[in-house]
Design a protein around this ligand. Structure first.
Ligand code: 2AM
Ligand code: CA
Ligand code: CA
Ligand code: CA
Length: 283
């Protein structure tokens, strides 16, 4: 691998600018959504705000880096197959920006203040920058590969719980046409009795940021896409945590079933999910 040339500071500056501008705009539009469209199912929502925010971010990125590739949720057709194709089309590119303009659209539509803008930059298929912005709390999380992670300038650190029993976990249920209810129920049933408690906030990116900041001990969710977790994965890793898929494979852009923890009880969580196999759970 050759080292990248443009200083990462300018990448970070552009990413922060994009997330802050888009986030402010999204927040200003809250409660005004006129047209609610559906994608893969009646529960899979998209609004003009999702599309507008993605356009805004794309334009800003291309102004600064016209030859970079962009993978944005709203530029991809519905369904797992289209997602996989869109990802493989850009994985060979040197620089790829990975955008989720509104992570937590259902929350956004309902006025539940837990949604975010997620922007990651991959260099030679590896995430080197991640920014997650929460407009409701004006919190900006940023991580740069090898340089740590921060929330508004303060270093983030994963939590200290040593066991699953002490952990506050989060999960989520991305409901689309391929939604696997038995798999989700089996995972829940296996983990719920073993943890301190469980949350399902509805934004994968913010859950990851909260693991990085030590506000959650861990998080798992199946059926996600690169734009949901790319920025968050770097945040967790740069905060001392561990990120794999549900069978323990280290994180890469193709991981759809994500497990992110403080590291201490990661294996315990994976083992519990593995035990749930056969009760409907598949990895
Ligand atoms: P979104 O709001 O950007 O769509 C919640 O469980 C997480 O799953 C959120 O990050 C959400 O991202 C994502 N999600 C929600 N519905 C989904 C669907 N139908 N397909 C894939 N991901 C979805
Ligand atoms: Ca969506
Ligand atoms: Ca998302
Ligand atoms: Ca989204």
């Amino acid at each position: 691998k050759t080292p990248y040339v443009v200083t990462s500071k300018s990448f970070a500056a552009v990413a922060i600018n994009c997330a802050a501008k888009a986030g402010e705009w999204i927040k200003s539009k809250q409660g005004t959504v006129k047209q609610l469209n559906t994608k893969t199912s009646a529960q899979d929502l998209v609004t003009e705000v999702d599309k507008g925010a993605e356009m805004m971010i794309r334009k800003l990125i291309l102004t600064h880096f016209p030859d970079h590739a962009i993978l944005g949720e709203e530029g991809v057709g519905p369904g797992a197959e289209a997602s996989a194709e869109a990802l493989s089309a850009v994985r060979e590119e040197e620089y790829v920006w990975i955008i989720d303009p509104v992570d937590g659209t259902t929350n956004y539509v309902h006025g539940f203040p837990f949604y975010s803008v997620s922007i990651a930059l991959a260099y030679q298929d590896e995430v080197i920058l991640g920014v997650i912005y929460d407009p409701s709390r004006d919190e900006l999380f940023i991580a740069e590969k090898g340089k740590g992670a921060y929330v508004h300038g303060n270093p983030t650190r994963v939590s200290g719980e040593l066991t699953l029993t002490e952990s506050l976990l989060a999960t989520g249920f991305p409901i689309d046409a391929e939604f696997n209810l038995p798999q989700n129920m089996a995972g829940l049933q296996a983990l719920l009795p073993k943890v301190r408690n469980l949350r399902a906030g509805g934004s994968a990116a913010l859950h990851m940021a909260y693991v990085a900041a030590g506000r959650l001990s861990g998080y798992w969710e199946i059926g996600l896409n690169a734009w949901d977790v790319a920025a968050g994965a770097l945040l967790v890793e740069e905060s001392g945590g561990r990120v794999t898929d549900t069978v323990g494979k280290p994180y890469d852009l193709g991981v759809r079933n994500i497990v992110a923890t403080n590291g201490a009880f990661h294996q315990e969580l994976l083992d519990t999910l593995a035990e749930a196999q056969g009760t409907g759970y598949r990895s």
